[in-house]
Every structure is written in C-alpha cells, then in structure tokens.
Design a protein around this ligand. Sequence first.
Ligand SMILES: [Zn+2]
Length: 324
Amino acid sequence: MAIVRTVLGDIDSSALGRTNAHEHLFIRNGLILILEPDFRLDSEANAVSEVADFRSHGGEAIIETSPLGVGRDPEGLVSVSQATGVHVIAATGFHKPRYYLDSHWRNRLAAEQIAQLFIEEIEVGMDAYGFEAPFRNTTPARAGVIKAASDYQHFTTAIRTGFEAAALAHAQTGAPILTHTEMGTMAHQQIELLRRHGVSPAHVVLSHVDRNPDWMLHRDLAQTGAFLEYDGPSRIKYLPESAVMDLISKMFELGLGSQILLGGDTARRSYWKANGGSTGIAYILERFIPRLRKEGFPAQAIDAMLVGNPARAFAFRDDRKSTN
Ligand SMILES: [Zn+2]
C-alpha cells in the first residue's frame, strides 16, 4: 500500500481524493512579504473559510507548498484540516533563493546538513518556526512533500544545494519532491539534477510549467515520468484559460494525461474570497472544471487529473519490492 503523509497522519494514497496539487494557506512572515506584501496569508479563520469553500465544491485534499523560511504554519495547517475535514499535505524544503536573506542558514549549510533537517521534518515533525528560533519547536505534524525551487533560466550554487538536499531527503524518506519552476524554465535541468542524485522522475512534480504552454516541451517532460502541475487557471494575467485547456487536450491526446495535476496557487490575499477576491481556493473546482466539462472533456480525464494522478504523484516511494 502506498501512503501519503498528511499533517494529521499517513493515509492510503487512494484515500486522498480530489486534490488541489499546489496551494498556500499560510505565508505569515519572512523576506517574501517585504518583497510582496500581497502574499501575506496570516488568518487562520480566512484559511478555514477558503478551504471549507473548496470542500463544498467537492475538494478533498490540498498540497500546501509553503516550505521553510516563508512563514509556513504547521500548527495552523493542522487546525485548518481538523476544522474542514480536508486532507492537507505540508512541505519541507526551500523556495527560490530570492526569498531568503544571504545570512539564512540555507546559504551556509552543506546539502547533507540541510537534508538532515528535511528528514527530521518528514519523519519526526515540522519545526514551528522553520528552524529560525534558537531552539527546536518540533510539532506533531509531519511534512509530506519536499520543495525545491530554481530561478528563471538559472541555477545558482544555493539552488543546486537545495535540490541536492531534497534528493538526499527523498533517498532516506521516500517523500515526493515538488519543484517550483520560474515561468516553466529549467524543468529538464531539475529532473536531471535530481536523477543524478538517485531520484526517479516518477517522484517529482514540476510546478507552474503551464506558464510556458509549449506542448512539445511538456511531452518531453512527461515522458520522463515526472508530473506536470498546471495552475494557470484563474490567473489570466499570465495566459488565458483556453491555452491551459488546449494544453490539457494535447497532453491527453498524446497519451500523457496520466502525468497532469491541477493546482490553484492562490497565494495572494487579494485572490481570497474572504478578502473580497473573486477567485479563491475553490476556483479550480467551482469554475475551471465546469469549463472543461462544457467543452466536452471526458469525466475520466477530469478524474485522472484530480484524483488518480495526485494519488500517484504524492505517494511515498514504496521500497518493499526492492528490499524483499
Ligand atoms: Zn506556489
């Protein structure tokens, strides 16, 4: 049995249900908020209201992809999950280096040392303050995914170290890896770097790749076995939803629909209905899926993107076959 690790404990991956594969519920502090004040998500009541709305539209699971250093809130995630009945998978790992001061420990420690912290978060419990307090604040909630991020068309030493640490933590724990791509770039390089450190692409989710809706690129990425997470819907400042719909059609036509995941990435307070926004965390289920249905997308394809594919993508590596 493959498991996924939620903040409330491990469950069979088949119990995950309709999943928003890239979301943010808490971004409470950090350099990220000085750079972009609209990213501030600091209200548990509003998070509960957004997730309850997602639930009322049939949502059952959320992958919360806020890693260390960007104001993540493990205890808040437990409360939101308990209040709404929605499974929440939390992230350890790092966002892109731009969101961290040069003095942050991520820029000082070796990949092996960083990996030990990721492993602790996956196996023991997440640190309430992201290892930034002068002592440990281990919570009972464990991380279920490792985040790694790169810049636009660019890898730096800090980025490589983050990916290496993610790979080492994956080797030890079997936890899946979810990456941030900037405008969909460097995805092949991410896969290669992780592969060189022993990670099978089958345990890698590439986020935001639809920012570059190049179906030939997506075909090649999906053929490695990696998952492609699309979160363009609602964020039409980047591309029209019809472009994402065309891309999804093409991927299913190519027989690669099994690698596609849908996310909201509703990471701005101004997007949340609770703050007067018009889209919110329920958007994918409330508005985008109905558009797909209206255009004749088969129910089976929609179910694959929402249920079957995330159950495989976020499952921990099951080594029993190789060790027995
Ligand atoms: Zn995100």
